[in-house]
Design a protein around this ligand. Structure first.
Ligand SMILES: Cc1ncc(COP(=O)(O)O)c(C=O)c1O
Length: 359
C-alpha cells in the first residue's frame, strides 16, 4: 500500500492559484492587509455569516491576541484535551491555566466541573471545540455570566460548524480558528479571530498590526499577526471547494463508522450541531489495543496520530502534573484515523479491515 498519513493538505488545480498570484504581481502588494487579504475577509464573513472577523497569521497568535484583547489576568480555566497551543497561549500571555476534566463522550471540557475550579483569580474560560464538536456553549455562557468571566473558544477545528443554525464562531466573547495547511479549510498558514463586539474587534485590529499608532507614537501594545497576500490567495481559491471537501470527508467518515461501529467508540456529537469530519477519532477499549492497531497499521504503511496524547494536564514542563481521570482515560485510548480530501474511499475501507483484523 502507498504511504498514507493521517492528513494531507487540500490543493486545488495550480492554475487557480496562479490567477491570484498574477494579481499579486499586478498589485505589487505583498502583505499588510492587501487587497486579497481584505477580499478574503469579506468572503469569509459572508460565507460564515459573521460580521467581526480578522484574518491573521496563525491559530496560535489568534489565541494570544484574544487573551490580550480581553485584558485577561490571573487564572484561565481550560481543557487539558487539546493541542498544546491552547495552553501555551495562556502561559505566553502571563496567565495561569487551570485544567478541568473533559466529558468521556463529547471529549470537551465538562461544564459541570468548571464551577468548582473558579476562584477569585479566575478571569476567563478558554475551551476547545475538540475535533469540531461544539462544547456545551449554553452551559458555559451561563457559568461565565454568573461569575462575570470572559469566554474564548479555540475553534481551530470548527470551520463550517453550525450550532442551532448559527456559526459556532458566534459563541463566546472571541472565537479563534486555525487555517493551517492540515485543517479542513486552509490558507497554508493562517488563522481567524471572530469577536462578539465591534469594540473588541477594533482592539484585535490594533494588536494585529503592532498596536495603535498615533501621529507621533504608539498608544497600545501589539504584535505582528498580519497575514500575506499569498496566504490569502490560497484561501480565496480553497473557499470554493468547501462543499466538495465536506462531501468527501463525510463519505470517508461513513465508511469508518459503518465498518468499525461494533468494535470501537466514537465521539458523541452535539445534537444541535453540524459536522465537518475534520478528524476521525476512535476510542479503543484499552491503550494496549490502540498500540496494537497503530503498530499493525504502520506495518501496512498507514500512519495514524494519537491526538491528543499525552494529555496537557500531565505533560507540560512548566506545570505540575494533575491527574484528571476522564482526560487520562481518553488521551490514552484515542487514535485519529487518516481522513482527507484525496483519500480514496477504498483506502478507508482497507484501513477499517486492517483494524478489524487486529481487534
Ligand atoms: C486546537 C488547536 N488550537 C490551536 C492550534 C494552533 O493553530 P496554528 O497551527 O494555526 O497556530 C491548533 C493547530 O493545530 C489546534 O489544533
Amino acid at each position: 500500500m502507498n504511504k498514507i498519513l493521517v492528513t494531507k493538505p487540500f490543493l486545488a488545480p495550480r492554475e487557480e492559484y496562479e490567477t491570484y498570484f498574477n494579481k499579486i504581481w499586478d498589485n505589487q502588494w505583498l502583505t499588510n492587509m492587501g487587497p486579497l487579504a481584505v477580499e478574503l475577509e469579506e468572503k469569509l464573513m459572508a460565507h460564515i455569516g459573521v460580521k467581526n472577523l480578522l484574518f491573521v497569521s496563525n491559530g496560535t497568535i489568534a489565541l494570544q491576541m484574544a487573551i490580550k484583547a480581553l485584558g485577561l489576568k490571573g487564572e484561565i480555566i481550560t481543557t487539558p484535551f487539546s493541542f498544546v497551543a491552547t495552553t501555551h497561549s495562556i502561559v505566553w500571555e502571563g496567565c495561569t491555566p487551570v485544567f478541568v476534566d473533559i466529558q468521556i463522550g463529547s471529549l470537551n471540557i465538562d461544564p459541570k466541573k468548571i464551577e468548582e475550579a473558579i476562584t477569585e483569580n479566575t478571569s476567563a474560560i478558554l475551551a476547545t471545540h475538540i475535533f469540531g464538536n461544539p462544547c456545551d456553549v449554553e452551559a458555559i455562557q451561563k457559568i461565565a455570566d454568573k461569575h462575570n468571566l470572559k469566554v474564548i473558544y479555540d475553534a481551530a477545528h470548527a470551520f463550517e460548524i453550525n450550532f442551532k443554525d448559527k456559526s459556532i464562531f458566534e459563541f463566546g466573547d472571541i472565537s479563534t480558528c486555525s487555517l493551517h495547511a492540515t485543517k479542513f479549510y486552509h490558507t497554508g498558514e493562517g488563522g481567524l479571530v471572530i469577536a462578539k463586539h465591534k469594540e473588541v474587534l477594533k482592539k484585535l485590529g490594533y494588536i494585529r498590526n503592532h498596536g495603535l499608532h498615533e501621529k507621533e507614537g504608539f498608544a497600545s501594545i501589539g504584535t505582528n499577526a498580519k497575514n500575506s497576500e499569498f496566504h490569502a490567495a490560497l484561501g480565496l481559491v480553497n473557499i470554493n471547494y468547501v462543499g466538495q471537501i465536506l462531501q468527501k470527508r463525510k463519505q470517508l467518515a461513513e465508511i469508518y463508522e459503518l465498518q468499525l461501529q461494533d468494535k470501537v467508540k466514537f465521539q458523541t456529537w452535539n445534537n444541535d450541531a453540524s459536522k465537518n469530519y475534520c478528524y476521525f477519532p476512535v476510542i479503543f477499549k484499552t491503550e494496549q489495543e490502540l498500540l496494537r492497531v497503530k503498530e499493525y497499521l504502520e506495518q501496512n504503511n498507514i500512519f495514524t496520530r494519537r491526538y491528543f496524547y499525552p494529555s496537557l494536564a500531565s505533560s507540560l514542563p512548566y506545570m505540575p502534573a494533575v491527574f484528571l481521570p476522564n482526560t487520562e482515560s481518553i488521551s490514552t485510548r484515542c487514535l485519529c484515523l487518516p481522513i482527507y480530501f484525496d483519500l480514496p474511499l477504498s483506502d478507508a475501507k482497507k484501513i477499517s479491515e486492517l483494524i478489524l483484523e487486529c481487534i
